[in-house]
Design a binder for this molecule. Structure first.
Ligand code: B12
Length: 217
């Protein structure tokens, strides 16, 4: 147990230090010794959160944020982590369309949530990043999803998310879909302001909320 705690701390610290090689070595060692991929991703998330704080405090710069993003994506590419996201080919839970909203290029959290939805039997359509209200409307009319997922981490995405929900209301399709928001900055108040059905900053909880909204649990 003592060793496991040490390994967890080392993973967080090596992400914080942006030591790419060490992160990948430690992550591989952790997975080989039985760590759940989702636990590993939470540790990496904690590490990049620290990178974000160092950036805010001007100890790190934009190149360091880029590096944190690269490291996160490399961990997501490790075979055992990828397997976590692709075990259910029988997509009958429902259909979701998802994207990171206008003005925001952060896609790591979106990709994790999309992967977890797929692993839980949802068919997903990913519109990518910096997605406008017009693109969400077009995609929704074309694919007829049960759920629309709006992702964003920048504070400014509150307005972009509201624009999208307002566009759905104006087009008369708001009641045809459930809308879930994801991002660390979201609160109950912002969710109510945006007019979505629910929000979360935890991808696992997001999957549960989607199942609940469709009456699958
Ligand atoms: C990596 C990173 C980047 C990378 C992104 C790479 C990529 N491909 O995504 C790059 C370098 C591009 C980047 C750019 C910028 N970034 Co940046 N970035 C980060 C950093 C360090 C990590 C983000 C991340 O991936 N976290 C890990 C993921 C797993 O967490 P997550 O996104 O929250 O996702 C989880 C949940 O929210 C949820 N979830 C996510 N989406 C969805 C969707 C649904 C539907 C559901 C249900 C759930 C869900 O599930 C996920 C797993 O649990 C954060 C720091 C931080 N604290 O997050 C800053 C941070 C987000 N960035 C920040 C800033 C300021 C910027 C820039 C403006 C910097 C600049 N001056 O250019 C630009 C903006 C570019 C743009 N237009 O988007 C600020 C945002 C401040 C704010 N309040 O708005 C942060 C918080 C750093 C800081 N502390 O200052 N960034």
């Amino acid at each position: 147990m003592r060793n496991l705690i040490t390994l967890e701390d080392m993973i967080i610290k090596s992400v914080e230090d942006l030591d790419e090689d060490r992160v990948l070595k430690l992550a591989t060692r952790a997975l080989n010794s039985g760590m759940e991929p989702l636990v590993l991703l939470d540790l990496v998330k904690e590490g990049v959160k620290r990178v974000g704080i160092l950036y805010e405090n001007q100890k790190y710069f934009i190149a360091d944020l880029i590096m944190a993003g690269i490291i996160f994506k490399e961990v997501m590419e490790l075979e055992r982590v990828k397997q976590q996201f692709h075990f259910d080919d029988n997509k009958k839970m429902g259909k979701m369309i998802i994207g990171t909203v206008r003005g925001d290029l952060h896609d790591i959290g979106k990709d994790i949530f999309r992967g977890m939805m797929e692993a839980n039997g949802f068919e997903t359509i990913d519109l990518g990043v910096d997605v406008t209200k017009e693109e969400f409307l077009k995609g929704t009319i074309e694919h007829k999803p049960d759920i629309v997922g709006l992702s964003g981490v920048l504070t400014s995405t509150i307005e972009a998310m509201k624009e999208i929900v307002d566009a759905f209301v104006a087009a008369g399709i708001r009641r045809d879909v459930k809308i879930i928001l994801g991002g660390n900055h979201l609160t109950k108040e912002s969710c109510d302001y945006i007019g979505a059905d629910c929000f979360t900053n935890d991808a696992s909880l997001g999957v549960k909320l989607c199942k609940k909204m469709l009456g699958k649990i």
